[in-house]
Design a protein around this ligand. Structure first.
Ligand code: MCN
Length: 792
């Protein structure tokens, strides 16, 4: 008997394969391929005056060396600007290989293709590049001073400047009974997937076609970018994302230079070529995020109600803007979280620096925004001597106000509107979970024992499930096997399991009969990709719609075979039967045979399975005239707009009075992503996100020196939390279904990491009694702050 699969905490079906070493990652492929390696700029800003490859070309095993001069057609043009915006007055993207100027350490300058990676790296060492160094811009202060320029075309290093305002903020603040200002900083950091980027391209000279394997978050994106850059028809380019060991935003849409160059070299050399990123390359030539300075001015009343909120922020977008203003616009439009200020103004500047580019890293601008908003809430509560949770609830949007429109416009110019959520209920649950009302007694006890503890809180919303579309295809084989494909890719989110759950539920089949393929353009061509916590909403709904189409067809054919009204039929464990008459039944596998006459002719077991129906007429498939043969169906889902998930976190933190060591004692999460397909997977996503957030709050930062050299470009120096630093995460859920999609789903993939920096800052501040304005914070920095604070 089929049990309900949607909502069940099913173990991830992909895990036995992945945790027993049977995953197939990029570097498990193409052992005989030629290897590519790159000469990368050692300078943050320089002019290339000469490149001499004569010594390198003689290295035994070197097949080819390419510099910008060798590139042809569109490969010699700038990489695309993915998301333009009217406020992006100085858009700038890089080249696959730098023609003349290099704008950050790590930018590719030359490519070596050789028999193996060792040879290729040795040859890279022998390429002599002459540089004339130029003034370097590192950090937001240097960028906004405008003294040195990253790009001459961009005065003041400004890539974009944007203002949005709802109401008269200056007047609201001026008229408010109380006012505060805050100056906040979040440093640059980056995601560190276990598997770095990588691409492996096979050129078929007979077919004049390319097959590309890429460790990517969008195989359709890589395919489209390569086809465009290499001037090839889409039909001649395939892209497959094999198992991908994490993406977290660094592998999304924009084509990396290597993703263009490796296929280009494969075609040029009529060979298979592969490149796998090493960790140092990941640090200096992939992507960073988070770096922002944020000034807040707030006016509020005696209850702590925000009457006017003005935020100015400066975003460090690195050397180029392939994603336009996506990160700062997310900060500025989703910063308000669950609150409704009387008036709001946000102004941002996206600034060029001679550092690695920015891609939207898990949370994408929201951790910065939540940090600003939640520090503000804490500051108001402290100023008024009020309970921090009460101040928050005073400012909440109420459930009956949903859908709620702040009056802000998102990237695409459409209004940003919350669809559902119950913030008071979430807060009540969080307070209960963490024991909010008992904390004062706990603190008193701890203090009596010479310990210092603090309680922090942070609330957020997250626009998830953005369009434009995803599709799903379902085909039932004559064996009863259910093949499901969707075009977006998977990097560890458990899609194989959740999509199978949806199909099992919708079609009434057993989960073990459902086989899911993602990220393979041979199987599904029209797809966007996995980012913005969109897979569950987008592909989940598309697959459900496709399953409904298949179900309808199956019931119609079964109805004819069983001489029953389709409305009187049900499907249980892959068998269609008349409700209340279990004897009258026909298997979906049989219906698959009936709708596939050729298969019938060749398959004896199929004949046996369909005795009741007689021999199908080979001249006329037994499907209605207006239907296609085969028991299969396809559908697409396009959302009217993003659906808003939300959550609230609280943490109890201990700070050592002597050493200033910071320990997270408890971490509690209330999470609302609408209807959950699989609560176990959602919790896993939340836990992983919290771990990443703890890294961002306490350990991870990009340490550039003034010359633009990244000083901590290895795991010896860049700290990530181990399991020992990640707290046990206590999670509870609220399920307010989204009215925007048939399954009532909202996304969950980024939620865990969004408020962590704010929550930890809040807890440390509560323990220490002075403001925490710059994150991440190390024990040394906390110790310094203590002493500075004590000295007044
Ligand atoms: N889910 C669910 N019920 C819901 C919502 C989600 O069961 N109501 C499940 C989904 O079916 C999916 C998982 O939770 O298995 C995450 O779903 P979703 O929110 O749709 O996010 P995506 O699948 O689109 O994944 C993208 C998201 C992002 S943006 C980043 S960054 C991130 C993340 O997922 N990168 C990850 N989680 C990651 N997890 C791993 N292991 N590796 C990454 O690189």
């Amino acid at each position: 008997m089929t049990t309900r699969m949607f909502g069940a905490p099913v173990h991830r079906t992909e895990d036995p394969r992945l945790v027993t070493g049977n995953g197939r990652y990029l570097d498990d492929l193409g052992h005989d391929a030629l290897a590519a390696a790159f000469v990368r700029s050692p300078y943050a800003h320089a002019r290339i005056t000469d490149i001499d490859v004569s010594e390198a070309i003689d290295v035994e095993g070197v097949v080819a060396i390419y510099t910008y001069e060798d590139l042809d057609g569109k490969t010699a043009e700038r990489l695309p600007l993915l998301i333009p915006h009217p406020t992006l007055t100085n858009p700038m993207t890089g080249y696959a290989l730098a023609p003349e100027l290099v704008n950050h350490v790590g930018e590719p300058v030359a490519m070596v293709v050789a028999t193996d990676r060792y040879v290729a790296e040795d040859a890279c060492e022998r390429i002599r590049v002459e540089y004339e160094q130029l003034p370097v811009v590192v950090g937001i202060e240097a960028a906004r001073s405008g003294e040195a320029l990253v790009h001459e075309e961009a005065p003041g290093n400004v890539a974009a400047h944007m203002v949005q305002e709802v109401g008269d903020t200056a007047a609201a603040i001026a008229a408010a009974p109380h006012r505060l200002t805050l100056a906040l900083e979040i440093e640059r950091s980056a995601c560190m997937p276990m598997e770095g980027k990588g691409v492996y391209a096979r050129w078929d000279s007979d077919e004049q076609s390319l097959r590309i394997y890429s460790s990517t978050q969008t195989s359709t994106g890589v395919r489209a970018a390569v086809a465009a850059k290499l001037g090839m028809p889409l039909a001649k380019v395939e892209c497959i994302a094999p198992d991908v060991g994490g993406g977290f935003g660094v592998k999304i849409m924009h084509p990396w230079p290597e993703e263009v160059l490796v296929p280009w070299a494969a075609r040029r050399l009529d060979a298979d070529v592969k490149w796998v990123e090493d960790r140092r390359e990941h640090f200096i030539s992939s992507a960073h995020e988070r770096g922002q300075l944020q000034d807040v001015e707030v006016g509020f009343d005696d209850e702590g109600r925000v009457l006017g909120l003005s935020v100015k922020l400066w975003h460090d977008n690195g050397a180029y803007t392939p994603y336009g203003i996506i990160v700062p616009i997310i900060t500025s439009t989703q910063l308000l979280g669950p609150y409704k200020p009387g008036a709001y103004k946000c102004e941002f500047w996206s600034l060029f620096t001679n550092t690695v580019i920015v891609t939207p890293y898990r949370g994408a601008g929201r951790p910065q925004g939540v940090y600003a908003m939640e520090r503000t809430m804490d500051a108001i509560a402290d100023y008024l001597g009020k309970d921090r949770a009460d101040v928050r609830s005073t400012n909440f949007i109420q459930p009956e106000e949903m859908p709620y429109d702040h009056g802000l416009l998102f990237q695409d110019g459409r209004p940003l509107m919350y669809d559902s959520g119950d913030f008071p209920a979430s807060l009540a649950k969080l307070k209960e979970l963490v024991g909010w009302d008992d904390f004062a007694a706990y603190r008193a006890e701890a203090e009596a024992a010479g310990r210092r503890v603090g309680l922090g809180i942070g609330c957020y919303v997250e626009g998830t499930g953005v369009g434009p579309y995803e599709g799903g295809h379902i085909q039932i084989e004559t064996t009863g096997r259910v093949n499901v494909s969707t075009g977006l890719t998977s990097q560890g989110q458990g899609h194989q399991t959740v999509f199978a759950q949806i199909v099992a539920e919708e079609l009434g089949v057993r989960m073990e009969d459902v086989h899911v393929t993602t990220g393979d353009t041979r199987r599904f061509q029209y797809a966007v990709g996995t980012f913005a916590s969109r897979a569950a909403v987008m592909s989940g709904n598309a697959i459900a719609l496709a399953a409904r189409n298949v179900r309808e067809k199956a019931l119609r054919i079964a109805g004819e075979a069983l001489e029953a009204d389709p409305g009187d039929l049900e499907i249980v464990d892959g068998i269609v039967r008349v409700k209340g008459d279990p004897e009258a039944q026909v298997a979906l596998s049989t219906i698959a045979v009936l709708s596939n006459p050729l298969r019938y002719a060749f398959d004896e077991s199929a004949k046996a399975a369909t005795q009741f129906a007689g021999t199908p007429d080979m001249d006329k498939p037994p499907v209605a005239d207006d239907e296609e043969p085969g028991l299969e169906g396809k559908d697409f889902y396009s959302p009217p707009r993003a659906t808003f998930a939300n959550g609230m976190h609280a943490a109890i933190v201990e700070t050592d009075p002597q050493t200033a060591e910071i320990t997270i004692l408890r971490y509690c999460v209330i999470h609302d992503c609408g209807r959950m397909i699989n609560p176990m997977i959602v919790e896993g996503q939340v836990h992983g996100g919290v771990a990443q957030g703890v890294g961002g709050a306490l350990y991870e930062r990009m340490a550039y020196d003034e010359a633009g050299q990244l000083l901590n470009a290895s795991f010896m120096d860049f700290l990530m939390p181990y399991a020992s630093e990640v707290p046990h995460v206590e999670t509870d859920h609220l399920e307010t279904p989204s009215p925007l999609n048939p399954l009532g789903i909202k996304g969950a993939g980024e939620a865990g990491c969004i408020p962590v920096t704010a929550v930890i800052a809040s807890a440390i501040e509560d323990a220490e009694g002075f403001p925490i304005t710059s994150m991440p914070i190390s024990p040394t920095e906390l110790w310094d702050l203590r002493h500075r604070h004590a000295a007044g």
